[in-house]
Design a protein around this ligand. Structure first.
Ligand code: UDP
Length: 362
């Protein structure tokens, strides 16, 4: 089959490698790896100072976009002066004829709004669940007029949008070979938490669980909200939770592999939860609230446990059952369902359909 010429637009909230873009950075990286390995020509456009990814990374100057994940429902669309988002999509417009399809990873109104003005399809991989009415409108318009052009990471994420069932669900993937499998850890091995330190990640619940279980919990991730961290520390002074910094993937996986389990205490609908498949790739079971993407990624009773949302006692009880789980099963599950190739196969099907349908209707 013909290979595709693909331009991927990164998130405009931070350079690739900064961690500000959260899971989108890893998703982009693995999408590029998977699609390139399948013979596609992939270029990336990303804010200045980004790591180099793909055949060519176009570094675009401009003011970074403010973070959207804590926006109020009625928040207006914000585009700062000398916007990197605007500059990225001006670049895409100018370069569009060199590509068969442009993939948008930005959770932003602008690329949605200008989709109709391009001569090549723009395929939107939506990275978060519904947050603001303005973004809901933009996504709704795409789902109504070009449903083939929208993909989500999980069904739970798609369900937060009107017409979300029209979107393709393509999951996510990781380069499993970059994660060392750890078969055995000591009974008293620490628990892990991987994610931005921010209220929607359930930091308060994490400290609560640590206090009740009296287990050491190690936290890796971007310290986005120090206030939220301090509040949790003061609320649960006996909790043995240590902040271990934000590590590059190679170092992160070496540390995470030594954990008995990884906890996910998200208060919002996690679109996917890349960290769940990263932990399982190391052989580490994941114990999570049954909310959002993790509920479709973790096999309850096999690769971890799904606990009713916000049920602290349920999380504590589930942690006691973890030693009975097979760490090998966690690894195998990621190898079969969430490798970069499995992710690329699903993405490729979606992109080919987006290209076909775009030309059929235009
Ligand atoms: N991450 C990392 N180093 C760390 C902690 C986290 O690279 O020390 C990455 C992790 O690999 C994952 C991302 O941060 O890709 C968090 O993504 P997730 O989808 O879980 O949540 P988001 O931040 O997008 O809400």
């Amino acid at each position: 089959m013909n290979s595709l010429r693909i331009l991927i637009g990164s998130t405009p909230v931070g350079p690739l490698g900064s961690g500000i873009g959260g899971g989108v950075e890893l998703t982009l990286h693995n999408l590029v790896l998977g699609l390139s390995a399948r013979g596609h020509r992939v270029e990336v456009m990303a804010p200045e100072n980004s790591l180099h990814v793909g055949q060519h990374t176009h570094h675009i100057a401009g003011t970074l976009q403010p973070l959207g994940h804590l926006a109020q429902r009625d928040e207006a669309i914000c585009i700062p002066p000398h916007s990197v988002l605007a500059n990225m999509w001006a670049f895409a417009r100018e370069q569009q004829y060199r590509f068969d399809v442009i993939v948008n990873l930005a959770y932003d109104w602008l690329p949605m709004y200008i989709s109709n003005t391009f001569q090549v399809p723009i395929a939107h991989l939506v990275s978060m669940a519904s947050i603001t009415d303005a973004m809901d409108d933009a996504i709704h318009e795409r789902l109504l007029n070009a449903p083939f052009s929208v993909a989500m990471h999980s069904k739970a994420q798609a369900e937060t949008f009107a017409l979300g069932h029209q979107a393709r669900v393509i999951g996510s993937g990781v380069a499993v070979e970059r994660y060392d499998f750890v078969q055995h850890v000591a009974d008293n091995a620490p628990l892990g938490f991987i994610g931005r330190v921010s209220p929607e990640k359930g930091i308060l619940d994490l400290f609560h669980i640590a206090a009740v279980t009296k287990r050491h919990v190690k936290v890796w991730g971007l310290m986005q909200d120090t206030l939220c961290w301090e509040e949790a520390r003061h609320s649960y002074p006996s909790a043995n939770v240590t902040y271990e910094g934000f590590l590059p993937t190679d170092q992160l996986q070496a540390e995470v592999g030594q954990c008995a389990a990884v906890l996910m205490t998200s208060k919002w609908v996690e679109a996917f939860g890349n960290v769940a498949i990263e932990a399982m790739a190391c052989g580490v079971p994941v114990v999570s609230y049954r909310r959002g993407g993790p509920s479709e990624v973790i096999l309850h009773g096999e690769t971890g446990y799904l606990v009713e949302p916000d049920d602290i006692a349920g999380m504590v009880a589930a942690l006691e059952e973890v030693p009975a789980l097979s760490r090998q099963k966690c690894r195998t599950h990621v190898e079969t369902e969430f490798s970069t190739n499995a992710f690329a196969v699903r993405s490729e099907m979606w992109l080919r359909e987006a290209v076909r349908q775009f030309h059929a209707v235009s």
